[in-house]
Design a protein around this ligand. Structure first.
Ligand SMILES: Cc1ncc(COP(=O)(O)O)c(C=O)c1O
Length: 490
């Protein structure tokens, strides 16, 4: 793209910066002198700083957060969405009626979609398959078309999200902003985010902490702040499995940050210290931030907060540390804020302090054989005998031939007292029929490491019992009575 990205005029238009952010917060006035912004685009940027008193209580300084989720589209990427669109218009590469094609993990898509909606462009976004359904739905809600591509392929693979977006961008009148290559990305942060932070801290800032995806934020903010204060430290927060902090590249679940290549929008020299953070640490910290600060944040905010806290632990009480929080937790309600999703991915969270599913199983002792169960070919009469013998109201049904050591995959369904009663009333001959004929859906399954809350959610949602499994092996059945007995005896 033949464009001078340092041309201040572009950003004057795009980010509504009629004045330098260093001069003070923007106040928009309409022709009647009212404080009314001309449109949503003018409200991008100028996000507030807030002290994170509670999260910082165990480290000497109080960490300050820049709340990028308060941008109109809900993330830091609003800033570059509009900037890249207007830079392309100025360069003549995006013309009226054009289509914007971009590989994006979601937030840049929303930023671009808002700009496109205001300016009448069509949008096609290409996303990796790990991106949450919530984010995909969100981009579609703004009127964008979304193409989902596999993550487990090389960037050069024709199915990768980079390759697919390249092909779509070759279509006539299509324009690919390409946030990983577009220098308007870091430059937006040199001209908006960096100066805002400098002004908001009164120039009292010792360290800036952020996650690194395209590297636009770290590069732009880092360059601006270091020019003002060469002694400033930039701390890069990087997921385990990302190339940036030197890890062996492998898949991870936190979205929007870390990379398996070095994009030209990232200047690695700007980062002084890398902090490598696991998915578990990131997600637990995001949830903690929401619960303790009342600030609903996304997974990569957790990564940045873990990095900020580790760094802060080494600093004096008067150190001024700013961490940038890119987006809100609303985009992740079905992921890191969902207990079942967390447990399914092996992330243990004891929200209520009540213990784990495995604790209740252990407390039951060995009064019962491991798991009383039935096979589909047994007769209904035999099922009733077993229910009576063990004084239980439901039982799992395992695939024929499975005795001890059943796995989750062996579970075919269940028999339940109330359904048997129903069947017996309707058909007196049911007693000699196979269990297969009265089979009910499987009982919900929970990991022994899962918090008890998860089993309780199933039980209060109508399940008569849940099956507990240890890494896939079924080890017990849990009822409300079992949970009550455990809680009473604790
Ligand atoms: C959720 C989230 N966090 C952090 C980032 C990283 O920002 P940058 O691309 O400027 O490095 C992104 C970028 O996509 C993101 O979506």
């Amino acid at each position: 793209m033949d464009i001078d990205v340092t041309d201040r005029a572009i950003y004057t238009r795009t980010l509504g910066i009629e004045h330098d952010p260093l001069d003070g917060p923007r106040v928009h006035r309409d022709t009647q002198g009212r404080e009314v912004a001309p449109d949503l685009l003018a409200l991008m940027g100028e996000t507030p700083l807030v002290a994170l008193e509670r999260l910082s209580r165990d480290v000497p300084p109080t960490i300050v957060a820049k709340l990028e989720m308060l941008n109109p589209g809900g993330s830091v990427k609003d800033r570059i969405g509009i900037a890249m669109v207007e830079a392309a218009e100025a360069a003549g590469v995006l013309k009226p009626g054009g289509t914007i094609v971009e590989p994006t993990s979601g937030n840049t898509g929303v930023g671009l979609a808002i700009a496109a909606a205001r300016k009448g462009y069509r949008c096609i976004f290409v996303v990796p398959d790990k991106v949450s359904q919530d984010k995909i739905s969100l981009m579609r809600a703004y009127g964008a078309e979304v193409v989902v591509c596999p993550t487990a392929v090389e960037p050069e693979d024709p199915r990768s999200y980079y390759s697919v977006s390249d092909r779509l961008a070759e279509r006539p009148n299509a324009f690919k902003p390409n946030q990983y290559f577009n220098q308007a990305n870091p430059q937006t942060h040199v001209l908006s985010t960096g100066p805002e932070i400098w002004r908001q801290t009164g120039g009292r800032i010792d360290a800036f902490v952020c996650g690194v995806g395209t590297g636009g934020t770290a590069t732009g903010v880092g360059r601006f702040l270091k020019e003002r204060n060469p002694g400033l430290t930039v701390v890069g927060a990087d997921p385990e499995g990302s190339l940036y902090s030197g890890d062996t590249v492998h898949p991870y679940l936190v979205e929007g940050i870390g990379e398996d290549f070095w994009p030209p929008t990232f200047d690695p020299d700007v980062v002084d210290i890398w902090e490598r953070v696991s998915d578990q640490e990131s997600f637990s910290m995001a949830r903690r931030c929401t619960r303790e600060e009342g600030l609903l944040v996304g997974g990569s905010c957790g990564t940045a907060l873990v990095a900020a806290l580790r760094y802060a632990a080494t600093q004096p009480a008067d150190a001024s540390i700013v961490v940038l929080l890119p987006d809100s937790g609303r985009g992740y309600l079905s992921k890191l804020y969902d207990d079942t999703w967390m447990a399914e991915h092996g992330f243990v969270e004891h929200t209520s302090g009540a213990g784990a599913v495995g604790d209740v199983i252990a407390a039951k002792g060995d009064e019962l054989p491991p798991v009383v169960h039935l096979h589909p070919d047994e007769e209904v009469a035999a099922a009733i005998d077993l229910l009576r013998e063990f004084g239980v109201s439901q039982m799992p049904v395992f695939a024929g031939g499975v005795h001890e050591d059943a796995s989750r995959d062996d579970v075919l369904g269940s028999v339940r007292e109330n359904a048997l009663l129903d069947a017996a009333l309707r058909d007196p001959g049911v007693m000699s029929k196979p269990i297969h004929d009265v089979l009910q859906p499987p009982l919900p399954m929970v990991d022994t490491d899962a918090p008890l809350d998860q089993a309780l959610a199933e039980l209060s949602g109508g399940a008569p019992a849940v099956l507990a499994h240890e890494r896939g092996r079924i080890i017990g059945v849990l009822t409300r009575a079992d949970v009550l007995a455990y809680l009473a005896d604790r």
